[in-house]
Write a protein that binds this ligand. Structure first.
Ligand code: THU
Length: 130
């Protein structure tokens, strides 16, 4: 699967986002070590801190399906006029870290449709990991 196809999967699931409060849709798609694809979207809550990010949902889907390693995760933001780009938030960087290795890639496109592709160490240097 190409990076563009994985981003397409993130963009497709982004449409399912439940985000009545922020109105900012996010989709995430993971390809795991088995070649399986897992997707997630943000799911907000009236009690704001209980909401969850798209990456969190995709990681949960991966683990439930037996995946243990993120080969690549693509993130697609959107929903406002201003921006469609979405870099993973700090909390999600740590969640991705749990299932990453030195070759894990985190990828997204900015508002000019330019790719941004990072390693885990670039996005979360000197990270905590057991
Ligand atoms: N959001 C994500 O789903 N992933 C991120 O990495 C950043 C933020 C969601 C959370 C909230 O539902 C909305 O985007 C606005 O912050």
């Amino acid at each position: 699967m190409t990076d563009d196809e994985l981003l397409d999967a993130a963009r497709t699931v982004r449409e399912m986002a439940y985000c009545p409060y922020s109105k900012f849709r996010v989709g995430a798609a993971i390809i795991d070590e088995n070649g399986s694809v897992h997707v997630g979207c943000n799911v907000e809550n009236a009690a704001y801190p209980q909401g969850s990010c798209a990456e969190t949902g995709a990681i949960a889907a991966m683990v439930a399906a037996g995946g243990q390693r993120i080969i690549t995760i693509a993130v697609a933001g959107g929903g406002t006029e201003k921006t469609r780009a979405c870099a993973p938030c700090g909390g999600c960087r740590q969640r991705i870290r749990e299932f990453s290795n030195s070759s894990t890639r985190i990828i997204f496109k900015d508002d000019d449709n330019e790719w941004h592709k990072f390693s885990m160490d670039e996005l979360l240097p000197s990270s905590f990991h057991l």
